[in-house]
Design a protein around this ligand. Sequence first.
Ligand SMILES: [Zn+2]
Length: 142
Amino acid sequence: MALVTCPDCGREVSSQAASCPQCGYPFSTLKEGTAAAAATPLPSPPGGFSRIVGDAERKAKLADHVSQILASGGGWRVESQRDFDALLIQGHRPNHTLHLLLSVFTLGLWLVVWLIVAVASGEHRYRAYVDDYGNARTEKLS
Ligand SMILES: [Zn+2]
């Protein structure tokens, strides 16, 4: 007589039993259900891949990914964050108020400097996201 382990309470019971004598877990339906589940392939989207991770895990991975980026230094900041992606900006925005004042004081001569600074110190936008398979990724937007 073979013994099987009850998936519900962990007790070893006879494989002939219809249900677990301790907790009443129904083995007969379990066997049928397991066989049916094994025989039915997971539904796949057109790409041929099945979704692996759940929403909660993706959220957690994204939060982890974003915090790692922020901790890496380099002037990162989060512009907006949603459930599964976040908009990140790297770089420093020029102090436009200061440049405006300098331009006024220099009667417009500072405009040239302002323009150069604005072009050279550009900010870069990135999208951090977690794909359906739980991989944290970062793609450059601009
Ligand atoms: Zn049991």
